[in-house]
Design a protein around this ligand. Structure first.
Ligand code: IMP
Ligand code: MG
Length: 185
């Protein structure tokens, strides 16, 4: 069992999610929005965020997997090499709703290289929504490979691998209430 060290406590997360919800509520006052969560990591963030938006809102989810997630033998098993994206993104679950004439907010757990959200943004924009913005709970700006503008960011974090609050390591730890760093595999 690896050591897990709390990086962001459930209290810190709750406070910041409430602030993000307040910002979104101000920005979209009087509008109908559609929240599109990126499976599976964003599910918990989306459910906490959405319940604090007193707006006319609907949900959708998109599933993607990065073809390129291959381990590089030289690097640590919990290091970035195990999930470094090669930029090939495949849709495993498409959106169910029409996005035409909708204000779309893409909800993501973490913004890392930017490849996934760039890819999904293009898919969404092809549906010609009224507007598109991105809400990401976490951001690792030092890892960016493609520029991406997220309008709402919860926390900027250093280049460490995190789990919990929806984020996984090999599908585990999504249910941890805090965002934690894995200290050793
Ligand atoms: P990007 O395409 O490199 O921006 O990848 C973003 C995706 O990689 C996120 O949606 C996560 O699924 C995953 N990811 C990036 N960093 C972490 C991390 O520290 N822990 C868990 N998943 C991560
Ligand atoms: Mg994800």
């Amino acid at each position: 069992m690896p050591d897990l060290k709390v990086l962001l406590s459930r209290e810190q997360i709750a406070k910041r999610v409430a602030e993000m919800a307040a910002e979104i509520t101000r920005d979209y006052q009087g509008q109908s929005i559609i929240l599109i969560g990126v499976l599976k990591g964003a599910a918990i963030f989306l459910s906490d965020l959405a319940r604090q938006l007193p707006l006319d809102a609907t949900f959708d989810f998109i599933g993607v997997s990065s073809y390129g997630n291959r381990p590089t033998p030289k690097e640590d098993p919990v290091g970035h090499a195990t999930w470094d994206s090669l930029g090939e993104v495949r849709v495993t679950k498409d959106m169910d709703n029409s996005l035409a004439d909708r204000h779309v907010i893409l909800v993501e757990d973490i913004l890392d290289t930017g490849l996934t959200l760039n890819y999904i943004s293009k898919l969404v924009l092809a549906h010609q929504p009224l507007s598109l913005s991105i809400a990401a709970l976490l951001d690792k700006p030092s890892r960016r490979k493609q520029p991406i503008q997220a309008r709402y960011i919860g926390f900027s974090i250093p280049d460490v691998y995190v789990v919990g609050y929806g984020l996984d390591y090999a599908e585990r730890y999504r249910n941890l209430p805090d965002v934690c760093v894995i200290e050793n595999g």
